[in-house]
Write a new protein. Structure first.
Lengths: 144, 237
């Protein structure tokens, strides 16, 4: 901090302050009107972002709040479509079986590389065929 | 009509006080003013909730990076004067506001830290002028100066600004209790009771001189600082 203090010279700079006061007092409100349409030419937001970053001015908002940052298709991160295969198998079947039958069921799954639901589905089809029976309700299949 | 942005990445340099004084002095004369309060602290919006806000003054708070350009364009169609009070950080809102501004006021307390902040704002203005081939009038406003004391720092900064041909407001906003009181009482300086605050008339004259100088600048065909500003970073030390 300065050790010596000097009075502000009330020279020509400061004397003009009173002129500005007069300017203000003489101004008429009717002089100023809103713009009918915006006249300032829009600037490229991408370029503006670049210029601002070069001067150390950066966004403080989440990227989601500034979609203009990437207007080129394919540029930036986009959400992938969900890849879901629906089987329609959403109902549990809890049965008691002998250990040998459980082992045999799982062995078939392993041999055919089926999940248990597929093994059950195929087993039922085979049984229907063997017994000459047809379940009266049509299989709706997996949901679309 | 003019869009006036008060910008400096340094907090506490007087942006909000200068914005409010300018807005209230214009509005109490019947001139339509919209203040976009882009400071997250929303000091001006808080002031607007106090009594005696001039009817020709509108305050809109919290524009975002997504909305500020539209907010400015809309405000220009509603009011002759649009004043943007920006946060004291180096954020993109400042860049957006400057891109639409007809006058950028860079407040500066006579301190080295404020001068560095001002240098950064000046650099942004200069970069935008170059990038978009557009003259952006701008000027330094000394704030919180003392009436009877001139520090060496003040002298040094003034000299550096002058040497670099940067326009300085001839009017300074002096350090005044009245200006702080405005945020407590609400309304305009003219509404304050001289019994409650000292040197009220001096404060009013000071604020009117500032507003008058702003009007002179925005009305002038030779707007200030049309010449390129010089690189200040590293000079103001």
């Amino acid at each position: 901090m300065s050790k010596s203090r000097a009075a502000i010279p009330f020279d020509e700079d400061f004397s003009q302050t009173s002129d500005f006061t007069k300017t203000f007092e003489n101004v008429s409100p009717q002089t100023f009107r809103p713009e009918a349409v915006a006249t300032t030419a829009p600037v490229s937001v991408a370029k503006l972002t670049q210029v601002a970053a070069a001067s150390g001015f950066q966004s403080r908002e989440p990227n989601s709040a500034a979609p203009h940052l990437s207007s080129v298709p394919g540029e930036g991160r986009s959400r992938r479509p969900r890849r879901i295969y629906r089987t329609g198998r959403n109902t549990p079947l809890n049965i008691k079986a002998r250990p040998h039958e459980v082992d045999k069921f799982n062995w078939i799954c392993t041999q055919k590389n089926w999940v248990q639901g597929v093994t059950l589905q195929n087993a039922l089809l085979a049984l229907e065929e063997k017994l000459g029976l047809t379940y009266p309700v049509e299989d709706p299949g997996p949901p679309s | 009509m003019p869009v006036i942005a008060l910008a400096s990445p340094k907090g506490g340099c007087g942006k909000t006080t200068a914005a409010l004084l300018l807005a209230t002095e214009l509005a109490q004369k019947g001139i339509g003013v919209t203040v976009l309060d882009a400071d997250p602290e929303t000091y001006i919006d808080t002031w607007a909730k106090l009594p005696d806000k001039p009817p020709s003054l509108t305050v809109k708070k919290s524009p975002t990076e997504q909305t500020i350009l539209d907010d400015i364009d809309k405000a220009k169609q509603e009011s002759p004067f649009v004043i943007i009070d920006l946060e004291g950080t180096a954020n993109m809102l400042v860049a957006y506001a400057i891109s639409r501004a007809d006058l950028v006021i860079i407040p500066l307390q006579p301190s080295d830290l404020d001068a560095r902040g001002a240098a950064k704002a000046l650099q942004l203005v200069r970069q935008q002028q170059k990038a978009f081939n557009r003259t952006i009038p701008h000027a330094i406003l000394f704030t919180r100066t003392k009436a009877a004391i001139r520090t060496k720092t003040f002298t040094h900064i003034s000299q550096q600004l002058t040497q670099n041909k940067i326009t300085i407001f001839k009017t300074h906003l002096m350090e005044r209790e009245v200006y702080r009181a405005l945020f407590s009482y609400g309304g305009c300086l003219e509404n304050l009771d001289p019994k409650d605050v000292y040197h009220l008339q001096d404060a009013i004259n000071n604020a009117r001189a500032f507003a008058g100088e702003v009007i002179s600048m925005v009305n002038s065909p030779h707007t200030p600082s049309t010449r390129p500003t010089q690189e200040l970073e590293g000079v103001l030390t």
